[in-house]
Structures are given as C-alpha cells and as structure tokens.
Design a binder for this molecule. Structure first.
Ligand code: PRP
Length: 221
C-alpha cells in the first residue's frame, strides 16, 4: 500500500441495478463525488477534498477488487458474494436490492417434487450457487453456465431448468416460467478488504456507522 493509497478510501460500486441505490445511500451518508454516475465512461472518480475515490466495476468482479485490496470497501449483492465466495468482510446488510435466487421451470415441465428433475440440465449465470444447491439437495443435474438472458435457455431446449434472480417476477411470467424452489434471498451488502479494515479502521467504521444511521432514520428510501 503506498502512502497515497493510505490517504484515500477507495469505494467500489457495481455497474447495473445496484449502482443507483448504492451511490444514493453513500451520498446521503456524505460520501459522493462530482460526476459519479453509472452512465459516465470514467471508471475512477475522486473527491479530493474528502479523500475518497470511487471505482466502478463489473458486478461479478467487485468482490475480487475488494479481496485484493484494489478497493477498501464496496457495495454488492449477497447473490454475488455467495457465488464468488471471496475472502472479504461483510460489514452491513443495506436492505435494498432485495431479490430471490430461484429455481424455475417452464409450466409444461412442472413436476411434483424437486428430485423429479434429477439428471436434467440447469442454465444459470450462478453456476457455483446452482451446483451447491442441487448438491445439498442430493440431486444430480448438469449445470450449463450462461452470461445472461437465462430465461431463454428452456424456451429453445438448451436446458430444462434455470437458476436465476427474481425481483418482480415479471421476466419469469413473460417467459412462461414457474418458480419451483428458493435457493436463497439476497440484498445489497457493504463489504471491506480484511487488511483495509484494520489499517483504515477509523474511516471504514465511521462510514459504516453513517450508513447505518441513514438506514435507521428511514432516509434511505
Ligand atoms: C435479472 C435476472 C432476471 C431479471 C429478474 O436480469 O437475471 O432475468 O433481472 O427481474 P424481474 O423478476 O424483475 O423480472 P438482468 O436484467 O440483470 O439481466 P441478465 O438477464 O442479463 O442477467
């Protein structure tokens, strides 16, 4: 860590659905920077006065930046933390970004129980999560890793089942899919690098407390 790294607190924010609420809650706690927006092409935005630097990462890569200390802290969904399984501290449940990781199937393939899907194919972006879930249930399946638009896979015969995030349920409904099991619920979390949490304890602790105060005051909504 250089002395300039020591001066600054580096905060990782993910592109995508969590960016806006994450940037908003940080701003309410007094942490922001001019030009911080998901649509900006800038990947590093600093607030020199506050000695804070924001970096904007691909969602799935965020825990890696924090694990290696390229970012001191970050905001990311529990779904990504469970999938990536990186060595980071989880400091706070931020309560926003609620969604559920679900197993879903086309209506016409609906069966009585989960074990009836043994030996079928499961399309997902979350292959480690899906693998763990079916293994824990003692059901053998073939996992097919995709990068998005998972709901398409059963419609074109690539897989019988999917494991994916459900927020409003609209995507499942519009693609004729039914939920058959919940893998886990998820919300956004504040995470920290283990070394940063020790050497920058005062700043990180203060930030976490300020965010907690925003959450408790109800001003986060
Ligand atoms: C996510 C998820 C579902 C959808 C669920 O996809 O993978 O497809 O949102 O939301 P809903 O229940 O409100 O319809 P995302 O938009 O992140 O893109 P992706 O399909 O490329 O993963």
């Amino acid at each position: 860590m250089t002395s300039s790294d020591m001066d600054y607190l580096t905060v990782a924010l993910p592109k995508g659905k969590l960016f806006e609420p994450a940037a908003r809650i940080l701003a309410k706690a007094g942490y922001t920077a001019q030009g911080l927006s998901e649509n900006s092409r800038k990947l590093v935005i600093a607030n020199e006065e506050k000695r804070i630097r924001f970096i904007i990462t691909k969602t799935g890569d965020l825990p890696t930046y924090v694990e290696y200390g390229a970012a001191d802290i970050g905001i990311i969904g529990k779904d990504v933390l469970l999938e990536e399984n990186k060595d980071v501290y989880e400091l706070l449940d931020l309560k926003f970004g609620y969604c559920r990781m679900m197993v879903a199937v086309p209506k016409e393939l609906l069966k009585e129980k989960l074990s009836d899907y043994a030996h079928m194919r499961v399309a997902t972006k979350y292959s480690a999560t899906a693998e763990r879930f079916f293994h824990s249930m003692g059901i053998q399946v073939e996992i097919i890793k995709l990068n998005g638009s998972i709901e398409l896979a059963p419609m074109v015969g690539l897989a019988e089942l999917i494991v994916d995030l459900v927020e409003t349920g609209r995507t499942l409904r519009e693609n004729n899919l039914i939920e058959v099991a919940e893998v886990h619920p998820a919300t956004a979390r504040l995470i920290a690098n283990r070394v940063s949490f020790k050497v920058k304890f005062d700043r990180i602790h203060q930030l976490a407390e300020e965010i907690r105060a925003v959450l408790e005051s109800g001003a986060a909504e």
